[in-house]
Design a binder for this molecule. Structure first.
Ligand code: NDP
Length: 310
């Protein structure tokens, strides 16, 4: 069986940053890219808030740059999906990963950066307009809709936070809530209710997004009365939750009630020695490329220190 010092699972900003730091520290990291090489940023068009790109950068191009940078220092980037894990409980023990349900490989340190996936409504028109009016991140993409009317769907803290964020940029924000109440905390709800340019449509479902090349309007339906309506909007933001990609770690690592991996406060260590978690898989609060990259750096530094102390 192949044995290595460090394996990185996942290829978003956290994984690639861990790879850059790990490779420069001579850990000779192996990276398995997973089902969505490049991660969530490959579903967006322009990234305007990653430091160092004064004119913005295409999400796919940025991930290609990160890959090249990681490979320049010797990261072995491999196609493949880690399908199960068996983490050692011993300090210095070998962790075993199964790739694509067939090949086993071991390492002394594992950096988990499998990310989280934004939940979408599942409408065909939503997929059609992905990156052309449809976004799952107001902080990332809201700026492109400055001065334009937008619609946002969801009733949790994310939807409330993103609606108030968008209300600072957009003349009108319509928030679609599928029930007669919001799940968001009272404080967040109050912020929404007190923002004059947010209109809440209660008991409202999204029927379809309308437009030619990009979103121009949103067809909605009141699920109590059955009445349909069309709201003119250039942007459609989905804020109905994220799912951390942690299914393969069940029974091996502790998670919170929504499936995010638990790490020791302030660092990236999990409860298994030599297993670290970085990026959105352990962060439901910030969820930004730059914060993911930051924790990827931390994980690689911690892995290096762990190996040096063995
Ligand atoms: P949540 O799971 O809390 O909320 C999801 C919302 O989307 C719910 O209102 C839900 O409706 C709605 N929804 C789900 N599916 C659909 C659908 N198909 N159509 C329409 N609406 C749908 O997710 P969040 O991302 O808002 O929050 C996740 C966690 O992160 C929470 O614990 C939250 O408190 C936390 N968080 C904290 C923040 C902070 O403290 N600043 C900021 C952001 C998040 P319904 O209620 O009917 O199920």
């Amino acid at each position: 069986m192949e044995q290595h010092e460090c394996i990185i699972i996942g290829s978003g900003p956290a994984g690639y940053t861990a790879a850059i730091y790990g490779a420069r520290a001579d850990l000779k990291p192996i990276m398995y890219v997973g089902l969505q090489p490049g991660g969530q940023l490959t579903t967006t068009t322009e990234v305007d808030n990653f430091p160092g790109y004064p004119d913005g950068v295409d999400g796919n191009a940025m991930m290609e740059d990160l890959k090249k940078q990681a490979e320049r220092f010797g990261t072995d980037v491999r196609w493949g999906m880690v399908t199960s894990v068996d983490f050692s409980k011993e300090k210095g023990g070998w962790h075993t990963l199964t790739v694509d349900e067939t090949t086993q490989i071991q390492a002394k340190t594992i950096i988990i950066s499998t990310g989280a996936s934004a939940q979408y409504l599942g409408l065909p028109s939503e997929e059609k307009f992905m990156g052309f009016g449809v976004s799952a991140c107001a902080v990332c993409d809201g700026f492109f809709y400055k001065g334009l009317d937008v619609v946002i769907v969801g009733g949790g803290d994310t939807a409330a936070e993103e609606a108030t964020y968008l209300a600072k940029l957009c003349p009108k924000v319509t928030l679609l809530v599928r029930r007669g109440e919001m799940r968001a905390s009272k404080a967040m709800q109050n912020r929404v209710l007190e923002t004059p340019n947010i209109e809440i449509r209660w008991n409202t479902d999204t029927v379809e997004l309308l437009g030619d090349k990009s979103v121009e309007a949103v067809k909605v339906k009141n699920n109590l009365t059955g009445k349909e309506d069309t709201i003119s909007a250039k942007g459609f933001f989905v804020a109905i939750g994220h799912k951390p990609n942690t299914d393969i770690f069940k029974g091996q690592l502790s998670m919170d009630e929504t499936g995010y991996l638990k790490t020791t406060a302030g660092i990236t260590a999990t409860e298994r020695p030599g297993v670290f978690a970085s990026g959105d898989v352990q962060d439901k609060v910030y969820r930004q490329a730059v914060t993911a990259a930051g924790t990827g750096c931390m994980a690689a530094l911690e892995a290096e220190r762990y190996l040096s102390a063995l």
